[in-house]
Design a protein around this ligand. Structure first.
Ligand code: NDP
Ligand code: MG
Ligand code: MG
Length: 340
């Protein structure tokens, strides 16, 4: 059982008098920086001189400097630039990490796969909100919390966990609950989940179902609604009440058909390939591949992205989403950006 921590478990004394350098002002960076600042913590955002985010951070009332200047001032350096650029940014700021400072992450990839090797006299911790950054900010503003993960990789001061909990409190995570894990567990489960189930698994399932119907002569619109659009309704039910709430809500016909056919789709062969994907995560094969792909300038990634964009389901979807007004009470980030 992983322990879960709430507001009462956090002692804000561990962060309130410190200066936190938030490196990066993207999805997570803007949320951590603004939440910390609104919680009364001294924040300095670290960005490269030609950064497109510089103006946004200043407009939000934050101090901005280069990553090196920000880290030099800070007691806690929160590494919130993209994972692929973190090793370079770390090399720039490593001299500014004094004994007893903290290097703080929102994902364990670079520590777990040894792309960043921090000095031995600093604390290395993780507070990983389980949510996109704009929700971390919105939940904080609404007085709600965002669930998160906590991990300590290196405890040089003896206070690493207490300080991480205080940081989690200041960005609103202990309000919802923070689960303790390790850098290894967070990294491996995160990569496996996004590859096999969430991003990779679900999009491949949707496309395979769509292609099956279209190849059999059904209309592209019907195939889109059935295999993609309705996915959200089903997932919402699972999110609210588990798989059982979904079975309760669908018709008996859908329940019987699903219970008898689902395992034929995700059969033992799929389970074996899931094991292989997990092994590739555990033994570092995936990490080495991804690092090499980036070093080579992302040739396969670019190709795959283009092919995915050109899939027929995307064209149908764009037309249909334009024809129908969806009013499910939620807004896409795009809509929000347009309104802002
Ligand atoms: P983003 O891609 O949103 O970060 C973009 C920010 O990083 C911008 O401010 C950008 O500024 C800056 N940046 C990019 N390249 C550099 C560079 N070379 N030097 C300095 N600054 C740079 O990152 P995320 O918020 O998505 O991810 C940050 C961390 O949070 C990662 O470890 C990620 O795994 C983790 N995480 C992310 C989640 C999410 O919701 N996205 C959820 C949970 C964890 P500019 O390019 O303008 O200079
Ligand atoms: Mg320092
Ligand atoms: Mg992930």
């Amino acid at each position: 059982e992983s322990p879960v921590y709430y507001d009462d478990d956090a002692n804000r004394d561990y962060i309130d008098d410190k200066t936190v350098a938030v490196l990066g002002y993207g999805s997570q960076g803007h949320a951590h920086a603004q939440n910390l600042a609104d919680s009364g913590v001294d924040v300095i955002v670290g960005l490269r001189e030609d950064s497109s985010s510089w103006g946004a951070a200043e407009d939000d009332g934050l101090r901005v400097a280069t990553p090196v200047e920000a880290a030099a001032e800070a007691d806690v350096v929160s590494m919130l630039v993209p994972d692929t650029v973190q090793p370079d940014v770390f090399e720039d700021v490593r001299e500014e990490l004094d004994a007893g400072d903290t290097l703080q992450f929102a994902h364990g990839f670079n520590i777990h796969y040894n792309q960043i090797q921090p000095p031995e006299d600093v604390d290395v911790t993780m507070i990983a909100p389980k949510s996109p950054g704009h929700l971390v900010r919105r939940n904080y503003e609404n007085g709600e919390g965002t669930p998160g993960l906590l991990a300590v990789y290196q405890d040089a001061t003896g206070d690493a966990k207490a300080e991480a909990l205080a940081y989690a409190h200041a960005i609103g995570c202990t309000d919802a609950g923070v689960v303790e894990t390790s850098f290894r567990e967070e990294t491996e489960t995160d990569l496996f989940g996004e590859q096999a189930v969430l991003c990779g698994g679900i999009s491949a399932l949707v496309k395979a179902g769509y292609e099956t119907l279209v190849d059999a002569g059904y209309s592209r619109e019907m195939a889109y609604f059935e295999c993609l659009n309705e996915m959200k309704l089903i997932v919402d039910l699972m999110y609210e009440g588990g798989i059982g709430a979904m079975w309760d809500s669908v018709s008996d016909t859908a329940e019987y058909g699903g219970l008898t056919r689902g395992d034929d789709v995700v059969d033992d062969a799929v389970r074996e390939r899931m094991d292989e994907i997990l092994e590739g995560v555990q033994d570092g094969t995936f990490a080495r591949e991804w690092i090499a792909e980036n070093q080579a300038g992302r040739p396969s990634y670019t190709q795959l992205r283009t092919a995915e964009k050109n899939h027929d389901i995307e064209a149908v979807g764009e037309d249909l989403r334009g024809l129908f007004a969806w009013d499910d009470g939620t807004e896409s980030e795009e809509q929000e950006a347009e309104e802002a």
